[in-house]
Design a protein around this ligand. Structure first.
Ligand code: FE
Length: 333
């Protein structure tokens, strides 16, 4: 039976873009680049014999493509970063909710969609980075305190156009309300030492070069830069440890509405929440496993333990539009 199925699969081999693709391969549309996803899919294929094909692009065109393909879907799964993006995909109606006792057991509730449309796979903290030359960690406390006079002309931020900052702002609004949040954002903008940067690496380099003293970045960028430059005069600080905790966001995955191989795709998602896959997937990008039973890599663990905000990350999506308007009002470009 199994052998004849294999023969059948071989017979229906089709050629797509020059590469042979079996009709029952799982297809993933991913906004994460090849080198961050290939190791975990290779491990799945080695274990199960199931092939995983992937197409990488920015999240917006991938989502548009899934929408345009509709019932003629070629993608089974959408893999992307930030709850704000996953929530957008959910709003576009391109995802298919499914419940799984495995996922429910392996991934904490705050890192999953409340409608079961997507689940987090790996976590990243968006935290404070500081100059070890010009800042003592004792001077730092919270994200909110970066709005204080003390940091005037000393703060570097990435552009407000990046979803990471929109999500951070969204959780700020959820926590403090609109009025207080706008005050905090105004303080941040007032404290900027220079124009906003296009990426987190540039923020870290600016701190290292003395252009500013503090900034807000995703942890894995620190990991990447630190690997290249072990003498980096920048460290990570975990803010809000006596209140809500550090802002955590994620990379995650959702089943597409018209997934041609839904059952196989669900099995892959479930497998990705188990320790073996979690260690590979999170470790490849120096992220934290979303499954709390799995330890982070040695390098990631070396940044120290911290208390994370337990706010459901989908708040980042629900309040995204509000966050964007607020950032615009305060002049965060
Ligand atoms: Fe990133």
């Amino acid at each position: 039976m199994l052998a004849s199925k294999r023969i059948l699969a071989a017979l229906v081999l089709t050629v797509l873009g020059g590469t042979a693709q079996a009709a029952d391969d799982i297809v993933v549309y991913s906004s994460r680049i090849d080198e961050l996803i290939k190791p975990v899919f290779d491990a799945y294929t080695a274990k199960t014999g199931v092939n995983v094909k992937f197409i990488t692009d920015k999240e917006a065109p991938l989502m548009q493509r899934i929408k345009a393909e509709g019932q003629n879907a070629t993608a089974d799964l959408l893999l992307t970063v930030d709850a704000g993006n996953l929530w957008q995909a959910e709003q576009m109606g391109i995802l298919q909710p499914f419940t799984s006792p495995v996922i429910d057991a392996n991934i904490p509730t705050q890192y999953r969609s409340s409608t079961h449309s997507w689940t987090g796979l790996s976590l990243r903290a968006r935290t404070i980075a500081y100059s070890t030359d010009r800042v003592k960690p004792e001077e730092l406390t919270t994200y909110e305190a970066l709005a204080d006079k003390q940091w005037e002309g000393r703060l570097c931020l990435r552009t407000a156009k990046k979803v990471y900052n929109q999500s951070l702002t969204a959780t700020l609004i959820e926590t403090h309300g609109a009025e207080a949040s706008e005050k905090i954002l105004k303080g941040w903008v007032n404290n900027l030492s220079t124009d906003v940067f296009s990426d987190d690496i540039a923020v870290l380099e600016a701190i290292n070069a003395g252009q500013c003293d503090v900034g807000i970045v995703n942890t894995y960028y620190y990991g990447r830069l630190h690997k290249q430059n072990p003498d980096l005069a920048v460290r990570l600080f975990w803010p809000n440890q006596s209140d809500r905790g550090v802002h955590v966001n994620l990379s995650g995955i959702g089943l597409t509405k018209y997934a041609p191989h839904a059952e196989a795709a669900k099995a892959l998602v479930e497998w990705m929440t188990w320790p073996e896959a979690q260690a590979i997937f999170a470790g490849t990008n120096q992220e934290f496993p979303a499954n709390p039973k799995v330890a982070p890599s040695e390098e990631v663990a070396s940044w120290g333990a911290f208390k994370a905000d337990t706010i459901p990350v989908e708040v980042a999506g629900r309040r995204q539009a509000e966050a964007i308007r607020m950032m615009d009002r305060v002049g965060w470009n």
